[in-house]
Design a protein around this ligand. Structure first.
Ligand code: GDP
Length: 508
């Protein structure tokens, strides 16, 4: 018997406390022994790789990682999502690999823009959400105001599970509304050890608040939560250790185990014998000296065993996976076995791509991992013309990783790259220099957006291609792409060529 799995991500706006909460979850889960280790380790690792200096300079998390820990017989896989809006594409893909999410909100700020965007992605994928209202040890908005905002803005039922007793200077602890117990801070906050009072003596105004809340808001309902109609809400302070333990217990109790994943010809459930999974992220080796990549695969069915041969659907021969990586929070470990819901890292030399389905032998393909039409296009200007080959290799590599997209125009030799956010451009230039020793600059492109084109009518497509050749390009995989000067032009052209499809996303 394997332990149950909870594969989840934390979504939040920058600064809400995701890093702090992650650290505390790992701490409660026994995965790290010193608070503060996550950042320190992260910083060390980052310093080793050049292009990740950007990450340090900007103080944001560019890459997503996976951390696995166990608690009370449950295995938790926590997928870290990049919180910056520039990386919506990467973040989106990470959210395709989880079964649930924790939404962290700053008690003083409520729902912020990035939280909301990420929430919409979760809703699109029917990913259920547990809410953690953080920083109640500081002066924030009232619990009622926050609950109403969550309910209104996200159109969800809210079920408060805990209640802050006081806030800011009067903060006393968090009341568990089910067990009717309160954890209070004792000792200084750094070495805080929560203590549970069996019969809390509540100040009158708090007792009134709680009565109002219990009458006014929904009771927790596991099914409504799993359907994405209701969010259980926990109040707490990640910094002072109020709430992380309750949150882990809530994930164990309510969050869904690995679910069936959308695939063709039919969805694949975790109970199926055959090993299947999909790649949701590819990361270059942290060490720029090594060209290796790690493909992050979410296992969807079967029991994976080390050395097993997996075939990427649609391209390539079977790959024997001899050194799959598991991401225990302390360290990366070689995995002997992995189960549905687990993430394994597969080292490879660029064969595996984001969106790939891997399976023992079944002809299946997981769906719903799209490439997005870039919102920023730039022409790549090479400073040393003898480096054309290296540049092409670099652009192809980074397109495979999903860092940037690359378009090779039908006419002319000015290669064009596309990104969803500005920061990716900096990452590109910095990596070109550090890893590929190619000096290049970026210039404005005469285009503003791109669409993948296709048609059921070959003649219509041919006609379109001939007339618009100067705006046509091929992507990394040779698919035809129409480069447009504006979104308006896309609409205009689409009207004139009704038989041609202009897609803003492309699934591999
Ligand atoms: P992230 O950007 O979401 O990862 O946020 P961080 O975890 O880095 O936290 C942002 C800031 O808020 C840091 O200065 C934290 O120390 C602080 N912070 C995080 N959680 C709490 C909390 O529960 N209470 C208070 N007072 N500060 C917090």
């Amino acid at each position: 018997m394997t332990s149950p799995r909870r594969t989840f991500a934390i979504i939040s706006h920058p600064d809400a406390g995701k890093t702090t909460l992650t650290e505390k979850l790992l701490y409660v889960g026994g995965a790290i022994h010193l608070a503060g280790e996550v950042k320190a380790r992260g910083a060390n690792r980052r310093a080793r790789s050049d292009w990740m200096k950007i990450e340090q300079q900007r103080g944001i998390s560019v890459t997503s990682s996976v951390m696995t820990f166990e608690k009370d017989g449950v295995t938790f896989n926590l997928l870290d999502t990049p919180g910056h809006e520039d990386f919506s594409e990467d973040t989106y893909r990470t959210l395709t690999a989880v079964d649930s999410a924790v939404m962290v909100i700053d008690a003083a700020r409520g729902i912020e823009s990035q939280t909301r965007k990420l929430f919409e992605v979760c809703r699109l994928r029917s990913v259920p959400i547990i809410t953690f209202v953080n920083k109640v040890d500081r002066e924030g908005r009232s619990a009622f105001e926050l609950l109403d905002e969550i309910a209104d803005v996200l159109a969800l039922d809210v079920a408060p599970m805990t209640w802050p007793v006081g806030m800011g200077g009067t903060f006393e602890g968090v009341l568990d509304l089910k067990r009717w117990s309160i954890s209070r801070p004792e000792g200084d906050s750094r070495t805080f050890q929560g203590k549970v009072d069996a019969e809390p003596i509540l100040p009158d105004e708090v007792r009134e608040e709680v009565e109002l809340a219990q009458a006014g808001y929904a009771e927790v309902d596991a099914e409504a939560y799993r359907n994405g109609d209701l969010t259980p809400v926990y109040f707490g302070s990640a910094l002072k250790d109020f709430g992380p333990a309750e949150l882990i217990a809530a994930l164990a109790q309510y969050a869904p185990p690995p679910r069936a994943q959308p695939a063709e010809p039919a969805p694949i459930g975790p109970e199926e014998k055959e090993v299947t999974g999909f790649v949701f992220k590819v990361q270059a080796n942290m060490d720029p000296q090594h060209r290796d990549r790690i493909a992050f695969m979410r296992l969807c069915s079967g029991t994976f065993k080390r050395g097993m041969k997996l075939t990427p659907t649609g391209h390539g021969k079977p790959i024997a996976v001899h050194s799959p990586i598991l991401f225990f929070a302390q360290d990366r470990e070689i995995a002997d076995e992995a189960y549905p819901g687990d993430i394994i890292g597969i080292p490879n030399h660029g064969t595996l791509r984001v969106g790939d389905t891997l399976s023992e032998r079944a002809a299946v393909r997981f769906t719903g991992l799209p490439n997005f039409a870039p919102e920023i296009l730039r022409r790549v200007a090479l400073k040393d013309p003898t480096k054309t080959k290296q540049l092409r290799k670099a652009l192809d590599d980074m397109a495979e990783e999903g860092v940037t997209q690359v378009f090779y125009p039908e006419i002319g030799s000015n290669w064009i790259i596309g990104v969803v956010g500005q920061l990716q451009l900096d990452v590109l230039i910095s990596r070109l220099e550090a890893e590929y020793k190619v000096a290049a600059g970026l210039e404005p492109a005469p285009f503003d957006t791109a669409r993948w084109i296709s048609s059921d009518d070959a003649a219509a497509l041919k006609e379109f291609v001939e007339i618009n050749r100067s705006a046509l390009a091929k992507d990394r995989d040779g698919n035809p792409v129409f480069l447009a000067k504006s979104a308006w032009e896309v609409g205009y052209v689409a009207d004139r060529y009704p038989k041609v499809k202009f897609a803003a996303t492309r699934e591999r």
